[in-house]
Design a protein. Sequence first.
Length: 321
Amino acid sequence: MLRNYRTLKKAGVLGLNARNGNYILQYNKRRFYPLVDDKVLCKRCLQERNLAVPDLIGVIRSMRGASHMEDVLGDQREFVIKPAHGSGGDGIQVITDRKADYFVDSDGKLVEFADLKHHVTNVIGGMYSLGGQPDVAMIETLVHFDQAFSALTYHGVPDIRVIVYMGYPVMAMTRLPTRRSHGKANLHQGAIGVGIDLASGLTVGGVSGNAPVSVHPDTGENIQGFRIPHWERILLMASQCYEAVSLGYLGVDIVLDRDLGPLILELNARPGLNIQIANRQGLKCRLKQIDQLENKEADAETRIAWSCRAFGTLGEEPVAS
């Protein structure tokens, strides 16, 4: 056990207690938490900064509202239902098509309207919310993933997580849906986390659970050496979230729509630490380098350029979108 601790410490791995005590408690003021914990409020906040997000179809706030879902959905054939205060991907229902009196979910299963209403009532009742508190259900447009990822995903939309500290991108990974994760880009449900070199946007390694992986388990494709499309734009959007919500330590989740390009899916004030395993590097040393800057105040473009020089393992300039 002691040997493992020393190995992790030497690698600069940031632990849960250090993350919470040294960064989240110190740099994430609680009065700003609603800006990220409430997905409806977060979406509006980002839109005010002209940051691209999936469109909001509607919000259902009561059981009475759930009984009139038909009016909210209209003739929508594809959409996503989310709890506004959910976490870990729980409570998200993805509808990809509509056939007569049925909907089709991301697994290809038929879903009745009554099932959708029941799911929404569960969301409103707090089944998926933080602390089990009453919630609201938000309905968003469905993201159509960029076909560049077609060989690296299974029945779902990959996303990109960027850790941002004081506005500086620190580390990034893409999360690839698998059969085990039921097409969701959620590591806890079985998705693969793949590290990304900040300077070039190239993938550098992968993790499933806590185990390193080199190929996608369902497609057999090598997950290393893939260049993330729109990488420069992704870093810019992630960095600008610092000004949008005033949180110093932040996880920014971005998806790539085939037509609209990068869209910010959500923000996380308590981002997980598996990103270190995916990148085969620890966060601690990178965070300390930013702490040592004499003047951290700079615009987003300057912050990004500094991060790419400091943390880019391949020594390349950011690629153009």
